[in-house]
Design a protein around this ligand. Structure first.
Ligand code: ATP
Ligand code: MG
Length: 409
């Protein structure tokens, strides 16, 4: 778990602010749900045989012996809130986004932490493939706006309850024929969750399953049409993508369209964003039969990608250097007036020498400095120094707030 410190938090704020602006263009509203939820919510939605539920959840008993879990992902809590508050009654489409910490007890490594942050969006109520494409278009727009072009979009279809069971049997039969070559984990899970074997990162499992049957070759007619429509609309919007028939995603609720934004710059933690359709989820959690689709972006990985080009921290517009007892209190009032008017202003509180104060002004990268001594206070006049080029401009202290508000705008 990481502290996010000044110097790096500016990058986070930039990524978050851009997301709010762009998601709102597409009609999404923010939703904030509690960090802990009843454990049962995640077992029912994510699936008992997934990595998350099997081994990654932060689960504890509260004082009334209810089993609670720190949310490992955002979709299930948002669906719980949607159902509980009947948010779907307001319009035929519900578009929500969220942003916040998630918790998974994983082996920490670069790009993988135990508290991490996701920025996600969900659309409820539309089965039309245009909405799948719109969600992908919004992701594409967001990555373009934050200046990250080193990611590529991979899509797949996982079929639906009509066509997946038959495919599953074909896959199980195929895996049975290669069982000896699979890792112990896959040998254990190939019957309960055969699709996960395709997602296994162990090289031996990859090699043994290179010619595995793919879901997209066994889609029912409806899923086939849905998937080809998504692609047709992506082409129309000129959004580049690639079909990756091995991509399965680690959560059980996905059906039909699934996708990942991957990068080759973060080693094996290559998925920066991931998502898909979850048409049965809301009903499975006791709500109405609403189709849904969504994604989550891993913010830590986004920050790592953005990494080298740090967002510049905010600097003071003016640093006031007060000299002598008579000047300190008026300087403090002036600084406070500037701040109240929206101008970033700083001063020194330790009665340091002029040299030391100006050194600090330099270090803080202040745009201007203003030296206030007895004489300046008495005359109401001072010199405003531009720290970049050293030029000085005479200013009246009475007009300083207005002047700097103007320069700052
Ligand atoms: P992975 O295959 O990397 O474990 P996942 O399938 O568990 O990913 P999702 O649950 O779909 O991932 O989460 C979506 C995104 O959240 C991921 O693509 C990733 O960017 C980010 N993410 C997931 N787990 C972590 C973690 N432990 N630390 C940091 N980011 C994470
Ligand atoms: Mg994972």
């Amino acid at each position: 778990m990481n502290d996010i410190l000044p110097g790096e938090v500016e990058t986070w704020q930039f990524l978050e602010q851009s997301a709010r602006e762009i998601f709102e263009i597409y009609g999404f509203s923010e939703i904030r749900t509690p960090v802990p939820e009843k454990t049962e919510l995640f077992c029912r939605s994510i699936g008992e045989t997934t990595d998350i539920v099997e081994k990654e959840m932060y689960t504890f008993a509260d004082k009334s012996q209810n089993s609670m879990t720190l949310r490992p992902e955002g979709t299930a809590p948002v669906m719980r809130a949607l159902i509980q508050n009947r948010l779907y009654n307001q319009d035929s489409v519900t578009k929500l986004y969220y942003l916040g910490p998630m918790f998974r007890y994983e082996r920490p490594q670069k790009g993988r932490y135990r508290q991490f942050h996701q920025l996600g969006a969900e659309v409820l109520g539309v089965e039309d493939p245009k909405i799948d494409t719109q969600v992908l278009a919004m992701l594409h727009h967001y990555f373009r706006s934050i200046g990250i072009d080193s990611v590529s979009l991979q899509i797949n279809s996982l079929g639906c309850p009509q066509c997946r069971p038959a495919y599953r049997e074909i896959l199980v039969a195929y895996l049975e024929s290669r069982l000896a070559a699979l890792c112990p984990e896959c040998q254990r899970r190939y019957l309960v969750n055969p699709l996960r074997v395709l997602d296994c990162k162990v090289p031996g499992c990859r090699e043994a399953t290179t010619d595995a049957p793919a879901m997209i070759e066994h889609l029912c007619a409806d899923c086939e049409t849905h998937f080809s429509q998504v692609q047709k609309h992506l082409v129309a919007l000129e959004i580049p993508f690639e079909v990756n028939s091995r991509m399965v995603r680690g959560l059980d609720y996905y059906v039909r369209t699934t996708f990942e934004l991957v990068t080759d710059q973060l080693g094996s933690q290559n998925a920066v964003a991931a998502g898909g359709r979850y048409d049965g989820l809301v009903e499975g959690l006791g709500g109405p039969a609403l189709p849904g689709i969504g994604f989550a972006i891993g913010l830590e990985r986004l920050v790592l990608l953005k990494g080298s080009e740090k967002i510049a921290p905010r600097v003071p517009v003016v640093f006031i250097a007060a000299l002598g007892d008579a000047a300190v209190d008026p300087a403090f009032v002036l600084m406070s007036q500037l701040q109240a008017a929206g101008v970033r202003a700083e001063m020194d509180y330790q009665s340091k020498s002029l040299k030391a104060q100006l050194r600090r002004a330099n270090k803080l990268n202040a745009r201007y400095s203003l030296v206030l001594g007895d004489e300046e206070i008495a005359s109401g006049q001072a010199q405003l120094k531009n720290m970049a080029d050293g030029t000085q401009t005479p200013v009246s202290l009475a007009g300083l707030v207005d002047l700097l508000v103007e320069k700052n705008s």
